[in-house]
Design a protein around this ligand. Structure first.
Ligand code: G3I
Length: 300
């Protein structure tokens, strides 16, 4: 096929982009979005600071705009994210212990209920593991409420929106390393104990190369009985086009890798300022990385 979304769909997958509500009136941006992508992730609009700016008072206008734009055009939505140590509203940052735990549970219940039936996959918990060699949890106010906070978040999300797939999402987990192995062990434990988890997201913020065991890492998670998704793909560096193709090939080689999302549309939309890590240039022209990605989706 001739677009990313249609080509991925021919392989039983989706191809998505992170988008910003504030850009939905930029016609260059929206033209590319509507032509190329069949899934979206709100880049910031569903985060805790955006959806519950003061405790118990919810604000959904920007997230609703994205969901409505997507669903009216047949695009699926990845909800991002229900529980994360970053981008918490100030009131939550100052809570701890059982008060913070209840606030988290209420937040997940309210947000997942608001969007019930409209979200294909939720990133229920984002970035809860530490970098480095230990393979353990990241210290955070949520972690300090007790090690069971992640499973409580997943059970709460399942109860509020039983039809949504529930993902754990993280970065620097693209190869087999202590961090990804820590997550692997958590997922295995959740599956063994019946804690609801359906998928794992691999952010894949890369520069010039992808780990040699990227596909093997995706496959070992898939073998646990969860889907895997590439959730925040962007690739800096001069080897960009080749690395995009390699990431697509790895996903296509893993039957449970059911979708890829790039973290923005044009280079000018990227959080990686000045690194030009996306598929379209600042004017919306297709880059070599776009062609490599499309060709990889269509090969085989
Ligand atoms: O909306 C405010 C605006 O009102 C204010 O004037 C401006 C001044 O700084 O800030 C604006 O908020 C910014 C927001 O993006 C919206 O543009 C925040 O400062 C800025 O920190 C925030 O950055 C986002 C970042 O997450 C925050 O952690 C990026 O856009 C977003 O791409 C990035 O996405 C994360 C994923 O959620 C999780 N994985 C890593 C990924 C990249 O960091």
């Amino acid at each position: 096929a001739t677009t990313l979304g249609a080509s991925a769909a021919e392989k039983g997958r989706y191809f998505g982009a992170a988008i910003a509500a504030g850009k939905l009136n930029d016609s260059n941006y929206v033209t590319i979005l509507n032509r190329e992508f069949n899934s979206v992730t709100p880049e910031n609009e569903m985060k805790w600071d955006a959806t519950e700016p003061s405790r118990g008072s919810f604000s959904y206008a920007n997230a609703d705009r994205i969901v409505s734009h997507a669903r009216s055009r047949g695009m699926s939505v990845r909800g991002h994210t229900l529980a994360w140590h970053s981008q918490q509203p100030g009131w939550a940052q100052s809570l701890s212990g059982s008060t913070l735990r209840s606030a988290m549970v209420n937040h997940i219940t309210q947000v997942a209920t608001h969007f019930r039936g409209q979200i294909y996959t939720w990133d229920v918990v984002n970035e809860a593991f530490a970098d480095g060699g230990g393979g353990g949890r990241r210290d955070s106010n949520l972690q300090r409420t007790g090690n069971d906070w992640i499973e409580v978040a997943f059970r709460t999300a399942r109860a509020a929106d039983p039809g949504a797939k529930l993902c754990y999402n993280d970065y620097n987990t693209d190869g087999i390393n202590p961090k990804s192995t820590g997550i692997y062990n958590m997922v295995a434990d959740f599956k063994a104990r019946g804690v609801p988890i359906d998928c794992v997201g691999f952010q894949s913020h890369l520069t010039n190369s992808v780990p040699g065991d990227y596909q093997a890492n995706l496959q070992r998670f898939a073998n646990l009985g969860v889907d895997v998704q590439i959730t925040e793909l962007d690739i800096a560096g001069s080897n960009q086009a080749n690395v995009y193709a390699s990431v697509v090939n790895s996903c296509l080689a893993v039957s449970r890798c059911n979708g890829l999302t790039v973290w923005g549309i044009r280079d000018s939309d990227s959080w990686r300022t000045g690194q030009n890590p996306l598929l379209f240039d600042g004017s919306g022209n297709k880059k070599a990385a776009y062609t490599a990605t499309l060709n990889a989706l269509n090969a085989g």
